[in-house]
Design a binder for this molecule. Structure first.
Ligand SMILES: [Zn+2]
Length: 458
């Protein structure tokens, strides 16, 4: 009886000891030293590579990395390109992949990259957790082929031009026309596979104009080709206008009520400066944003006709006019602005005719432009109609050539009934005179397109 009790006690102690051991082992294995998370290797399944520029792979582990190995294989040969053993285990590591200078006897355009990473965990009998990842590298060392087919002969400061070019690459990724003023003009696919057309603008405030086509492929190869234009500088008018009290207390004060918080504490002349500069920028930016969009569907023609928005419109304000406003004395300049359209006047509430087919992209109130209509005609060309009394179209409406889409008025910053007409190319205000000139359109747009088609068809 006594012995039995003693042996039961012994068993209990043994069980407790065992439980304790299991618990300790559990605690040890639960400790970070025995964690079971594998290192994370951040790489895609496939990538285009030009083999000249190294690329990077990020590797991380929650406890620390012990070892990183990388191989490149062309199917027949395998070259070790990295073998790193860390003395101080990092939690993150950036592995640089460079094409091996020696190793491959065969230039294959298909390589397999293998990356193995091991962490410092004591799991797996102190071997640690490891990850292995493979990536297909498609070698493409060929630059895109670029060829400028034809352009408008020249471009005028403040004006527009057309360029048609060819760009081909197996893996073309980015294509644009880069300019000296930072704008990237997006081309539109033109006529046949591999050809593109792009309207360009030389913004009036830029002293110089330079443009080059830039093509990048998925492997990072870049080709550039300069677009040559005969550059025509142009002088624009400077005018000095008297800011009369009647104007400030009338139109200016009315417009200031659009922005009550910003204008409440301004003096009358400060109000004029605010409307003519700050508010103008806001209204212009809305127009610029709306007219920056270019469609990417292939076009095979661009049959644009001269714009004559008013039947008997007389030009009463010119494009690019640098206007200074003086108050009480001619030397007291209180504000300045550029007039980025032309003003046309005829009879009150005259019909505004849209000379070319398009889509209405804006038909709403827009500050100094009053009731404002914007129509898109394709290839990045837009027309803008300001100060309207009535808008007869809505956003999304299609307009036919010759259709009446609005009536002239004096809404916004306008003194008498007139139309403010602007032409926009890729979000830039450009000279309407060019788009109202039959000869300019024929030489710079229509002939360029027709000649390009002939060259493509040859
Ligand atoms: Zn105007």
């Amino acid at each position: 009886m006594k012995r039995k009790r003693a042996s039961a006690l012994g068993s209990l102690i043994l069980v407790l000891a065992l439980l304790g051991a299991i618990y300790s082992a559990y605690k040890v294995l639960q400790s970070p030293a025995f964690e079971t998370n594998r290192p994370v290797i951040d790489m895609p399944a496939e990538r285009f590579w030009n083999s000249h520029h190294p690329f990077h792979i990020n590797i991380s582990d929650d406890t620390g990395l012990k070892k990183v190995i990388a191989y490149l294989s062309n199917g027949k040969e395998r070259v070790k390109i990295a073998d790193v053993n860390f003395k101080k285990p990092p939690k993150t590591y950036t592995l640089q992949i460079k094409y091996p200078k020696i190793g491959f006897t065969d230039n294959s355009d298909n390589l397999l990259l293998t990356v193995v990473a091991q962490d410092i965990s004591k799991w797996h009998f102190f071997k640690g957790n490891s990850s292995i990842k493979k990536e297909r590298l498609k070698i493409d060392t060929r630059k895109p082929d670029l060829f400028s087919l034809i352009t408008s002969y020249g471009i005028t400061r403040g004006g527009s031009a057309l360029a048609i070019f060819k760009a081909t690459d197996k893996n073309l990724k980015e294509l644009y026309v880069e300019t000296n003023f930072g704008k990237k003009f997006e081309p539109t696919p033109f006529y046949k596979e591999g050809y593109y057309a792009v309207l360009l603008a030389w913004p009036i405030k830029q002293k110089r104009f330079r443009a080059k086509i830039v093509a990048k492929d998925a492997a990072g190869n870049v080709a550039k080709a300069r677009l040559g234009f005969f550059l025509k500088s142009r002088k624009y008018r400077t005018s000095y206008l008297q800011a009369k009290d009647r104007f400030i207390n009338g139109k200016i004060s009315d417009l200031a009520e659009d922005e009550p918080e910003l204008t409440a504490n301004l003096s009358p002349t400060e109000k004029l400066k605010f409307i003519n500069e700050t508010y103008r920028i806001k209204n212009d930016n809305l127009i610029k944003t709306i007219t920056s969009k270019v469609d990417h569907n292939r076009i095979s023609s661009f049959d644009i006709h001269p714009f004559y928005p008013l039947k008997n419109g007389k030009v009463v304000g010119s494009f690019g006019d640098h206007r200074y406003y003086w108050y009480k004395e001619k030397t007291n300049i209180i504000s300045e602005s550029y007039h980025l359209g032309i003003d046309l006047a005829s009879v009150r509430m005259d019909d505004i005719i849209i000379s070319n087919p398009g889509v209405v992209v804006f038909a709403n109130y827009n500050g100094i432009y009053g009731n404002n209509l914007i129509v898109y005609h394709g290839l990045g060309l837009y027309t803008v109609y300001g100060h309207c009394s009535t808008l007869l179209k809505q956003r999304g409406d299609i307009v036919e050539a010759g259709e009446v889409a609005a009536k002239t008025g004096a809404t916004g910053l306008a003194l008498g009934d007139h139309l403010h007409f602007s032409t926009m190319v890729h979000g830039f205000f450009v000279r309407p005179a060019e788009w109202m000139d039959h000869k300019w359109i024929q030489t710079n747009i229509i002939d360029v397109i027709n000649n390009a088609k002939k060259m493509i068809d040859k």
